[in-house]
Design a protein around this ligand. Structure first.
Ligand SMILES: Cc1cc2nc3c(=O)[nH]c(=O)nc-3n(C[C@H](O)[C@H](O)[C@H](O)COP(=O)(O)OP(=O)(O)OC[C@H]3O[C@@H](n4cnc5c(N)ncnc54)[C@H](O)[C@@H]3O)c2cc1C
Length: 398
């Protein structure tokens, strides 16, 4: 029976980054990925910050676009936040994954594509590849097998608090090349939001995520028909987005990372930055536990605690922000967007915003006394709209 310090189940971006870190820490690592080829279309928009690429240990090789602006469309109003410099990039997701797997292999990870984990318990994983089913001896199993993690099920670990259902189409359409468009409102994307993001030249990725019992395909079909009637759909994918919190993410001889651990921003569904940060922690923790011969849940709990310290605050903030946005009526969303047309407030937010640390913008806005009157106006406009007295100036053609 072959034996490894660490077996990573899942060769998505987070599994590849975790495996590479574990190998760099001196562990013997096997990564199994059930896809035999890494190619698109991918269940991902590929919108990330430069920090996310750094956290994942990736270069800029997969970057397709640089983003400077976001246009937010409410039911009847809209606002544009434009920064003077790049705020995010759009990547070719399959290219990003190929790079991360190459880097993992270069660090010494044994990468087996076309190979599925079909069962696991403490100390062993059963894998099915070209040669049939084999049992592999292991110190720590790293479950990086995505939002519907079987590793979590095999070890009896917790599952996400909520699963959103997302659908994304790639369309041929003209649109602003450095601008992400976001659509909010109960008629467009109830409980979450829809997006249109520039990808390859002349193409955009248009998607929506919704909670059960809504059908995301129907919701997206309506959006495309209304907002992008000239768009030609060339591909379509559907995938779940897990929403934290989920605990525990460690057990005896196992830890979860990435979407398997619902390490996702609750306000956007983005998992590449949060997962990338936790992948490094996971790789280090798994390698150290295997090296020390202590793979108990108590020892691996240090990893769970390290994740909480690294990303827990932003995940809690993101959860609270999502709850507030979900509770806002369409009129309140429109009123907020009208208030955001104030040049000084919009300029400040566009300049200071950090998509990986949204809580920082709040503290920066609040600590700037020049913006206080504008914050009061925004708050009053939202409250007034929520009590049903929609000011007439909040209506404009989108
Ligand atoms: C429509 C959509 C758009 C998104 N857009 C963005 C975005 O713009 N920016 C962002 O940051 N995040 C985005 N996300 C979230 C992001 O895609 C995920 O957070 C990210 O893919 C998580 O990576 P992962 O490696 O944890 O999981 P996954 O990418 O799901 O990878 C898991 C891997 O495990 C493999 N696997 C599963 N089970 C087994 C098994 N038993 N044996 C072997 N292999 C197995 C799968 O084949 C898969 O390759 C989006 C998600 C969706 C659904």
């Amino acid at each position: 029976m072959s034996s490894y310090d660490v077996v990573v189940v899942g060769g998505g971006p987070i599994g590849a980054a975790a495996a590479r870190t574990a190998a760099e820490e001196g562990a013997t690592v096997l990564l199994v990925e059930r896809r035999s080829r890494i190619e698109g279309p991918s269940p991902c928009t590929g919108l990330v910050s430069g920090h996310a690429l750094t956290a994942l240990g990736a270069s800029e090789r997969s970057v397709l676009r640089r983003i400077r602006a976001v246009a937010v469309h409410g039911p009847n109003a809209h606002a544009i936040l434009r920064a003077a410099s790049d705020k995010a990039v759009v990547v070719d997701r399959a290219d990003l994954e190929r790079e991360l797997l190459e880097r993992a292999a270069a660090a010494g990870v044994e990468v087996r594509l076309g190979t599925s984990a079909v069962g696991a318990k403490r100390g062993e994983v059963r894998v099915r590849g070209q040669g049939g089913v084999n049992t592999v001896e292991v110190g720590v199993v790293v479950g990086a097998d995505g939002p519907e993690s079987e590793t979590a099920r095999w070890f009896g670990l917790a599952t996400p608090a909520e699963i959103l259902r997302a659908v994304q189409v790639e369309v041929v359409v003209e649109g602003p090349e450095d601008t992400v468009e976001v659509f909010v409102g109960r008629g467009v994307a109830p409980g979450f939001f829809a997006w249109s993001v520039p990808a390859e030249p002349g193409r955009r990725r248009v998607g929506v995520a919704v909670s059960d019992p809504l059908d995301p395909s129907e919701v997206l079909g309506r959006l495309v028909a209304q907002r992008l009637p000239e768009a030609r759909v060339i591909s379509s994918i559907a995938a779940p987005i897990p929403i934290p919190p989920v605990a525990p993410i460690v057990g005896d001889g196992v830890l979860l990372v990435g979407d398997a651990a619902a390490q996702v921003k609750p306000w956007s569904g983005g998992g590449l930055y949060v997962g990338g940060v936790c992948a490094r922690l996971a790789g280090r923790a798994a390698a150290a536990a295997a090296r020390d011969g202590d793979v108990s849940q108590g020892r691996l709990a240090r990893y769970e605690e390290a994740c909480r310290r690294a990303v827990g605050g932003e995940l809690r903030f993101g959860g609270a922000a999502r709850s507030i946005l979900r509770s806002m009526s369409d009129a309140a969303l429109d009123a907020a967007l009208v208030a955001l047309r104030d040049e000084e407030l919009a300029g400040f937010i566009a300049r200071e915003a950090d998509i990986d640390h949204p809580s920082r913008i709040l503290s920066r806005v609040v600590s700037n006394p020049r913006l206080w009157p504008r914050l009061v106006s925004l708050w009053t406009a939202v409250r007034t709209a929520d009590t049903g007295r929609l000011p007439s100036e909040t209506r404009d053609p989108v």
